[in-house]
Design a protein around this ligand. Structure first.
Ligand SMILES: [Zn+2]
Length: 339
């Protein structure tokens, strides 16, 4: 989620200073609590206590026999998807470094004691920050993470995660690799360029296929990787698309949406995130194409029950409001003007 400068507005420092003064005065007079004004990014709390909003999830008490269950876990401005088919499990991304415990608790609540696969799409905090806690807290079959050039990611959490890799037989994703998840398959389609300059374009691209249904997971892939995928000639057609990069305008190019032609989009983002995701022009694209979108900032955790020919969602589709509209209308207008 870094490197998306084009998705940001220019912030006026005077407006910001005025906002800070208003906030401090308001706090002094008890109009609001200072803590309400903490900036939001990967740490955006989605419940009052700051934990991922998994409570309101429509957790499948009983998984539908024979179906593929996909759970978009609400980890705020981050990604984490749990897939279950015929007792086999896969986790694609692990939220931020503040989400690992909550994800483990969520898995525990579903009586999941082993993850057959854990994928980290790319080493940004909002995708792999929670990975160390997850892989150290539950039995893991295969750990599949990108082979990022040494020294390219310098964050402490990542260095610590890399050290934890020694206890695992780490697998590096390669285009064409296929992993079985019960009767579903997970096929690696990208990245095509294995040493991109932008970390987002290291994102592992996974096509999950079950019967006639396909779900495309894209991490934070930006338009250059979308273009590489199109040029590779691989079939990108999918009924369900994980909307790239939290709805940033770095992703969801027209050519890519043409190639995937999804009926449904999955959007994982938080109200009041500092990038203003999702971006309005991107939401317009999905609306104009008639693609129903399901979003964690509106519905919390979302469960998909995928059969061989269809999909059922645990909630109604969301609307196409962008990040700024969401923040304003949900009473978090101050986050829009935050630096
Ligand atoms: Zn991200």
């Amino acid at each position: 989620m870094a490197n998306d400068k084009s998705g940001r507005k220019k912030k006026n420092p005077i407006v910001t200073i005025l906002a800070v003064i208003v906030i401090l005065i308001g706090s002094a007079f008890g109009v609001w609590e200072l803590g309400d004004f903490l900036p939001s990014d990967t740490t955006t709390p989605t419940t009052e206590n700051g934990s991922p909003n998994t409570e309101q999830a429509t957790k499948p008490e009983v998984l539908v026999d024979g179906a593929l269950t996909v759970i978009m876990i609400d980890v705020g401005q981050a990604d984490s998807f749990l897939l279950i088919q015929d007792g086999k499990t896969a986790l694609i991304d692990c939220g931020t470094r503040y989400d690992g415990d909550e994800i483990l608790a969520f898995l525990n609540s579903m009586n999941i004691t082993k993850l057959d696969y854990v994928f980290g799409t790319h080493p940004h905090d909002d995708h792999m920050g929670g990975m160390q806690e997850v892989i150290q807290g539950i039995e893991v079959g295969k750990l599949i993470v990108p082979d990022v050039e040494k020294g390219k990611v310098t964050s402490n959490w990542y260095k610590s995660l890399e050290k934890a890799y020694v206890n695992f037989d780490v697998v590096r994703p390669k285009v064409g690799d296929v992993y079985k998840l019960g009767d579903a398959t997970m096929t690696v389609l990208g990245p095509i360029d294995t040493t991109p300059s932008n970390i987002n374009n290291y994102s592992t691209i996974l096509m999950v296929s079950f019967g006639e249904m396909d779900i495309l997971f894209t991490g934070d892939a930006e338009t250059s990787l979308e273009k590489d995928l199109i040029n590779s000639g691989v079939n990108l057609d999918a009924e369900i698309l994980k909307i790239g990069h939290h709805g940033s305008d770095t992703s969801s190019s027209d050519a890519f949406l043409d190639a995937v032609s999804p009926e449904y989009g999955l959007l994982s983002t938080a109200i009041g995130n500092k990038h203003d995701h999702p971006i309005g022009e991107i939401m317009d694209k999905y609306e104009k194409r008639g693609i129903e979108i399901y979003r964690t900032d509106q519905s919390g955790t979302v469960t998909l029950t995928v059969t061989a020919t269809d999909v059922e969602f645990s909630c109604e589709p969301g609307d196409y409001r962008d990040g700024i509209e969401m923040a304003k209308e949900e009473g978090k207008w101050w986050l829009v003007i935050w630096v």
